[in-house]
Design a protein around this ligand. Structure first.
Ligand code: TRP
Length: 461
């Protein structure tokens, strides 16, 4: 059985594309069933294929409440097309009203790739943020910071480290005795990255979504688990009907919850806590509230699953007032990886597998001409048997990156599959679309170059 379990290694070169299995094994929710406002091409084409609780972000958007996006980048090497997918999604959330926070993972880059902090900073600005600007992120609503210079990020990671252990790291990341400790610290810093935007001094309690490729899901599982473990209040469906709120007693809140060191209970304190929970529910508009401190819960018989998000936020707010961290588990979305141009994995260290955002048009053309083709070996065979757009790099890159028009894309797909459109012709379409896209990007990069510093958060200038 052990062989059957998939372990995702965020630093490894292997990449599982068995997305159905990933969904079931890791408990992701498929995107189908969510109706998104102004879906981007990545949504319309099923490229963003799964999520964890992104509904709480969409709910905030729908009700006019604040929400944020957090993403991070490793400042090493050149930015390539694959990296642009996260930016496109961050921009989509930003256009819906979300604020964007970007972590420059300079500590992680130093630890795992040997990039100095100074070099990391230069690369982040000149290569990554310059392109984020060109891809349309709004400097007014984006905050870029460095892991190495934002103490709260590291502090959070350290504090939450208390709630996990090496066994859990082994299970999540496949770590063993030989694992370098930098690889143990990097995920904890990333936990700090993901959770800190909801701290009061960084925008306050609100849903935060992290758009990632599935390779980053281990970090999200870890972060969500750790955030939940700190929570002071639990919400669960009642076996009869409605929702139950109960207290989750641990070291940090034992005193506030009236648990005396001698093992006895301060009933007055407990009763006060329950009154505050009732108060929260009342302010949310519930009138049917059954408080049973003896049974250890507050029952809201008329509450439905849909009320969970609002209730959870309100209880986290109460937790903060009472001295807790009040951390909301982050939401996430997952995208498919575009295939590498050679048919293997896209990788910065292998220039032939991808297009870098600084590639000139001659290089773009050359790489596409040499790209893996889904056509048949000869024109005759292609006409007779048809091609396979699912593995055709030229088609795939139009679908992932360069072609906005769904109808036109469907036409290309059908005529390639039928054999009417030849592999060389598909490549030419891709070269045309890629050249236009790259030209526009390069123009915009020149136009927005002067804005790069405006993306930096105050503590990072
Ligand atoms: N580990 C990420 C990578 O390998 C970079 C990163 C750091 C990140 N912090 C993050 C990504 C927070 C998403 C969210 O690219």
């Amino acid at each position: 059985m052990a062989d059957d379990t998939l372990v995702i290694d965020p630093w490894g070169s292997a990449q599982s594309t068995d997305y159905d299995r990933i969904i079931t094994q890791f408990g992701l929710t498929p995107m189908e069933g969510l109706t998104l406002p102004q879906p981007s091409k990545l949504h319309r084409r099923g490229i963003v294929f799964a999520h964890r609780e992104v509904d709480q972000v969409m709910e905030a958007h729908r009700t006019g409440n604040a929400f944020g996006v957090l993403t991070g980048l490793m400042p090493s090497g050149q930015m390539h097309l694959g990296h642009s997918m996260v930016v496109e999604q961050a921009k989509w959330f930003q256009d819906l009203g979300g604020d964007v926070t970007i972590a420059v993972a300079d500590l992680e880059s130093q630890a795992t790739r040997g990039v100095s902090l100074q070099k990391g900073r230069e690369v982040a600005l000149a290569e990554y943020i310059a392109h984020y600007a060109a891809l349309g992120l709004d400097p007014e609503k984006t905050n870029v910071y460095f892991q190495s210079t934002r103490p709260v990020v590291q502090r959070l990671g350290f504090q939450l480290g208390k709630r996990t252990n090496l066994n859990e790291f082994e299970a999540i990341y496949g770590f063993s005795g030989e694992t370098n400790l930098a690889h143990v610290q990097a995920p904890l810093v990333q936990v700090g990255d993901i959770l800190h935007p909801q701290l009061d001094e960084h925008g306050g309690l609100r849903p935060i979504v992290v758009p990632v490729g599935v390779d980053q899901d281990p970090h999200l599982r870890l972060t969500r688990g750790l955030a939940s473990k700190t929570n002071w209040f639990n919400i669960k469906p009642s076996s009869s009907r409605g929702l139950l709120v109960s207290l989750s007693v641990h070291d940090e809140n034992a005193e506030a919850f009236g648990q005396l060191p001698n093992g006895r209970v301060d009933r007055q304190k407990v009763s006060d806590v329950f009154d505050r929970v009732v108060d929260v529910a009342t302010r949310l508009g519930f009138s049917d509230i059954v408080s049973s401190p003896k049974q250890g819960h507050v029952h809201l018989p008329s509450a439905t699953q849909r009320d969970t998000h609002g209730l959870r936020l309100a209880l986290l707010g109460l937790e903060r007032l009472m001295g807790g961290m009040g951390l909301l588990a982050p939401s996430s979305t997952y995208h498919h990886f575009a295939v590498g141009m050679t048919g293997d994995k896209m990788s910065s260290s292998q220039p032939k597998t991808t297009l870098f955002l600084r590639d000139d048009l001659a290089t773009v053309e050359k790489k596409i001409k040499r790209a893996f083709s889904g056509g048949q070996a000869t024109v005759e065979e292609h006409r007779r048997l048809g091609g396979n757009p699912d593995v055709d790099v030229a088609y795939q890159y139009m679908m992932y990156f360069f072609e906005e028009d769904d109808a036109y894309l469907a036409e290309l797909n059908a005529s390639f599959r039928s054999g009417a459109l030849l592999a060389g012709e598909m490549k030419q379409h891709c070269i045309d679309a890629a050249s236009a896209w790259m030209n526009e990007l390069h123009e915009r990069r020149d136009e927005t170059e002067h804005l790069v510093n405006d993306f930096l958060a105050e503590d990072s200038r």
